[in-house]
Design a protein around this ligand. Structure first.
Ligand code: FAD
Length: 486
């Protein structure tokens, strides 16, 4: 027997895209039903992504910090990890947030239906609960936010010692030798965690650099620090095959002399990308189109699918696959469903690797500018000359701002260093606001802070920097000064 319901706005998937959409739609006075296949709300981000990984990265940071302060006069012994307690800390952090979402849904009177959803037609979603019960929900509008899942390399053996990011967060194996396949952000973050747990970590990356997409000058200080702590990186290296035996997972590589023959690992993490959760949704029944890679196609400004009353947001519509992008789109989709005159016209989405040091970038990278043949000016400030950075015993950071050489407008920025992920926000705002480099250079930053490096990178670009000796031709962008003096 199936239950029947109806709703104004149906949201499918409760990750950062889905819950933001559901809550915003409810705040705008709509009757909202949120469908989620798992018991807890929050999607990948809260349950098996951003939050648990950052809880573990914090543990790694504390472990790495200990013993680093002898020259400051602090002697500490090597930290001992109690893995069950680390797991508990991670789980409690997740649970606080997911319970918070339950409460927020209740307060807003968002009806939550748990079960696996699939479309029956353009206005009906069937939800199959774990006990097999079916609920048919008629909807006026729908926002699809079903997210993504890890790509699986078919030649890897089905073995508990071969895990994806979800498995890696469980910390079931924390001793011995680990292979991370894929040197992207998730791979590097997990390498940081397992290195701090005491494993011998090897990261293989098929392309010529780790964190592909970020500028190499930002990646290098992070790579160097991880190498210093014992992580080995193998770029231009491909995993060819792997098999499981009693002794471990033996893996064969190509492209790397140092990894000749079969190499044995106690744990293998595959982090080679993600793919959309569209299988089983019966999108064709709803008339919703997908692209060749399976991502739902939407119009860029209005997030509408091929059906005018069905929207899609977050990972399910493709890159960048980031929680904050999903949230921003979820809110806009909800406002559009509620009839507001808005559009998704975000200029930039920041990227952050929460390694130590963190690597963050926003807008155009130097590499992008080169590929597009753009004429640019750059301001770079090394953190070795920043007082605050030295006060915390770190000097490897760097802040870089890229401007359009003809207008002085900021078009991109990158930071490597402690809290780079927090610091990049100022430059994201600068790009969204259409700031010239002068706007940031003339903004007074508190002293002594890491944020000063943003102001100083802007001054370096302007030619007004006094904290370093940088002989530079006549400063270029002086619009405000000229306006004031004339
Ligand atoms: P998801 O979070 O994937 O949520 C989709 C939801 O839909 C899921 O709950 C799923 O169960 C549900 N669903 C799917 N199909 C159905 C169905 N048929 N019926 C019912 N429910 C369904 N991003 C960042 O910005 N910062 C980070 O630090 C970061 N760290 C990450 C670390 C890891 C290890 C991973 C794996 C990802 C990380 N991400 C990070 C990426 C981030 O988690 C995703 O970009 C984000 O969760 C996408 O949100 P979403 O709402 O599109 O989908």
């Amino acid at each position: 027997m199936s239950q029947k319901k109806s709703t104004q706005c149906l949201v499918l998937g409760s990750g950062p895209g889905g819950y933001a959409a559901a809550f915003r739609a409810a705040d705008l006075g709509m009757q909202v039903t949120l469908v989620e296949k798992f018991e807890t709300l929050g999607g990948v981000c809260l349950n098996v992504g951003c939050i648990p990984s950052k809880a573990l990265l914090h543990v790694a940071e504390v472990v790495n910090e200990a013993g680093q302060h002898e020259k400051m006069g602090i002697k500490t012994s090597k930290p001992e990890l109690e893995i069950p307690k680390v797991q508990k800390f991670k789980e409690q952090t997740v649970s606080k947030l997911t319970k918070g979402l339950d409460m927020l849904a209740k307060k807003r009177k968002v009806e939550v239906v748990h079960g696996l959803g699939h479309f029956e037609d353009k206005h009906t979603l069937a939800v199959i609960a774990q006990n097999g019960e079916k609920t048919e929900i008629q909807f006026e509008s729908c926002i699809i936010a079903t997210g993504s899942k890890p790509v699986h390399l078919p030649f890897l053996p089905d073995d508990p010692r071969v895990v994806n990011s979800t498995g890696a967060l469980k910390l079931s194996i924390t001793t011995g030798k680990m292979l991370v396949i894929g040197g992207g952000i998730i791979g590097c973050e997990m390498a940081t965690v397992y290195n701090a747990m005491g494993m011998e970590v090897h990261v293989v990356e098929m392309t010529g650099q780790i964190m592909p997409g970020a500028d190499l000058d930002l990646v290098k200080p992070c790579q160097k620090m991880l190498e210093k702590r014992g992580v080995t990186f193998h770029v231009n290296t491909k995993v060819e095959s792997a098999k499981a035996s009693k002794k471990g997972i033996s893996v064969q590589f190509t492209g790397n002399d140092k990894l000749e023959g079969e190499q044995l690992f106690d744990l293998v993490l595959e982090s080679v990308g993600r793919k959309p959760n569209t299988a089983g949704l019966n999108l064709d029944q709803a008339g919703v189109e997908v692209d060749a890679r399976g991502y739902i196609t939407v119009d860029a400004r209005y997030l509408r699918t091929s059906q005018p009353h069905i929207y899609a947001v977050g990972d399910i519509i493709g890159d960048p696959m980031l929680a904050h992008k999903a949230t921003a789109q979820g809110r806009i989709a909800a406002e559009l469903v509620a009839g507001e005159k808005v559009a998704y016209d975000t200029v930039v989405i920041p990227n952050v690797a929460y390694t130590d040091p963190e690597v963050a970038w926003v807008g155009k990278t130097q590499q992008h500018c080169k590929e597009e043949g753009l004429e640019v000016e750059m301001g770079v400030f090394p953190w070795a000359a920043n007082g605050r950075s030295l006060c915390i015993g770190r000097d490897e950071g760097c802040t870089k701002i890229i401007t359009d050489a003809n207008t002085g407008r900021i078009i991109g920025a990158g930071i490597v260093g402690r809290h780079a992920g927090d610091l990049i926000a100022e430059l994201g705002l600068a790009i969204e606001m259409g700031c010239d480099i002068e706007d940031v250079a003339l903004t007074v930053h508190a002293h002594p802070t890491l944020a000063e490096t943003v102001g100083m990178a802007a001054e370096a670009c302007e030619g007004t920097l006094t904290d370093l000796y940088m002989p530079k031709p006549k400063p270029k962008f002086k619009k405000n000064h000229e306006a004031i003096s004339s």
